[in-house]
Design a protein around this ligand. Structure first.
Ligand SMILES: [Zn+2]
Length: 285
């Protein structure tokens, strides 16, 4: 099929963004994209969740009375609408089972990743069949990604944007680092191990004092809501710069715990709030 008739496709992943955070922020621009759905991530932390997304399997709706294989096939047919074609079947993805490979080798897309979290850096196995794969200089600056996006009328483009403002410490790009909330242990892990073990059960300190108090966790949750409100303005700029015939999906890789049942963060956590994510998509203009 002539490549230039295909839609550009933009997959935006708001890292760690909970569904109820997203709804509390009531993002006007994102709401205009389509119906906001409550969906479920296949994984509880960044690396496996992104691998799953790049297999083409977006967060699921937890359907009952259907076999997984049937759901995968049905879900994959949605790419016909996203990409603006009718020729995609699930077998199109075989044997690589990797969306960038399919888009680049079979459909002639230029494929790009702009990522915020170092656990997704260009040396990882996720970087396969991407024309460019960039770890952004800051973990929390989606607006800076917009300057790096290029489109051509001659070929369709795919962009994965991994957005970090919604990730701990839920900081906006202009907030000085010394004003970020400091959580002993978590902050060190975030800075030095790049979020590999951010989550975990709350621990008690030796003197019996709570490691985190709920007031602080409530403050962190409020910061994540504020991050979504801020990002809605960045999406307004993004939607202005995207050319016609562009389809956009916005979701999260996993949720985040803010004290429920003694958990903070994501990763080694089995709780529904770590899987519950927002999902909205639609074609621009
Ligand atoms: Zn993540």
């Amino acid at each position: 099929m002539p490549a230039r008739t295909l839609n550009n496709y933009i997959l935006v992943v708001l890292d760690s963004c909970r569904y109820d955070t997203f709804m509390a922020a009531a993002p006007r621009t994102l709401n205009s994209l389509g119906t906001i759905e409550r969906r479920w991530s296949y994984a509880s932390w960044t690396a496996p969740a992104h691998y799953n997304l790049l297999m083409g399997l977006l967060p699921h709706a937890s359907p009952r009375h259907v076999y997984a294989s049937e759901y995968y096939k049905r879900d994959f047919l949605r790419y016909n609408e996203r990409l603006g074609t009718e020729q995609i079947e699930f077998k199109s993805l075989v044997p690589h089972l990797y969306l960038p490979t399919f888009l680049k080798r079979h459909l002639g897309y230029r494929t790009h990743a702009l990522v915020s979290l170092p656990v997704l850096n260009p040396a990882t196995v996720l970087n396969k069949d991407f024309d460019t794969f960039t770890l952004m200089p800051k973990h929390n600056d989606m607006a800076a990604m917009l300057d790096r996006m290029v489109f051509s009328p001659d070929y369709p483009s795919f962009y994965l944007l991994n957005v970090g403002e919604t990730h701990y410490p839920y900081a906006l790009p202009d907030e000085p680092e010394e004003q970020w909330p400091k959580i002993h242990g978590v902050h060190g892990v975030f800075k030095h191990l790049d979020e590999i073990a951010v989550g975990g059960k709350l621990r008690e300190e030796g003197e019996g004092r709570k490691f985190f108090d709920q007031d602080k966790l409530d403050l962190l949750r409020a910061r994540q809501i504020e991050a979504v409100r801020y990002l809605d303005g960045v999406f307004e700029h993004l939607f202005d710069l995207l050319p016609p015939h562009t389809y956009v999906t916005v979701t999260a890789d996993h949720g985040e715990l803010f004290g429920e049942e003694g958990y903070f963060g994501h990763g080694p956590i089995n709780h529904e709030k770590v899987y519950e994510v927002p999902f909205v998509e639609g074609k621009l203009r």
